[in-house]
Write a protein that binds this ligand. Sequence first.
Ligand SMILES: C[S@@+](CC[C@H](N)C(=O)[O-])C[C@H]1O[C@@H](n2cnc3c(N)ncnc32)[C@H](O)[C@@H]1O
Length: 262
Amino acid sequence: MPELLVASTTPVDPRIRAEGQQLAVTLGVAFVEAPLGAADPAARKAWLAAITPRPAVVVFHDGEAWTLLDAGKPESEPVRAGVARTNPVGRSSPLGRALGVHKRVADGLTVLDATGGLGRDALTMSRWGCHVTLIERSAVMALLLADAHRRDPSSIPAVIHAEATAVIAALPDGARPDVIYLDPMHPPRRKAAEVKHDLAVLGKLLGDQRHDVSAEQRLWEVACECARHRVVVKRPPHAPPLGAAPAHSVNSTRVRFDVYLT
Ligand SMILES: C[S@@+](CC[C@H](N)C(=O)[O-])C[C@H]1O[C@@H](n2cnc3c(N)ncnc32)[C@H](O)[C@@H]1O
């Protein structure tokens, strides 16, 4: 775990303080209260620049939401979970085609998103009418997702904070989802500048877990045993498949979706 700090603006809601303190204890890092006005970009930049030693990432409550701050770039925007992409995608997008919802209404399709992250794919699928179950193993990302659900319960599914492989392996037959969706951390790209700001902060936060290929393959295996209809795996365009060769793939310039029919 890279060095991390949990902070919230002052004056702080007692519930937010309790959440921050609990997270700090879980992670074994410090909890601090940022100075009054730290939600303002200029004040936040000055505050971050003065923290010594400077952590890689700050989990920061800005008065409205739990966010991630890249402490190495004090001027950068806080990253929130559960925020839709700037260009909303329709059901005929590569993700919609990979899920199989491009030719039919998605209402009632049960999708288990096993790698919640910032919850954007879950938000997209939920807006298409899928019933999404969300799992996330990182305590920090689970807190951001739970916070996003609290603010917008009709769009962001409640999050199960757990290791997805164990949850999926233990699902009773009656609870098997139609689709299991996997988007594990991508292998690092050669051109760091290509990595978007939010994914770059996520990468700093989650560090080494990006490289645990055997754990990802185990997750893919249990997903294929469990899903009623298909497993969809999001991959970088030129990365090898996570498991066996897929039944088919849906390609776009930035990403590839490998589809396994189960
Ligand atoms: C690339 S992000 C997912 C981004 C997400 N699709 C979105 O739209 O924001 C990968 C996330 O999966 C989580 N993760 C990876 N393996 C996991 C596992 N076995 N169980 C639960 N969460 C996992 C990581 O902690 C990380 O937050």
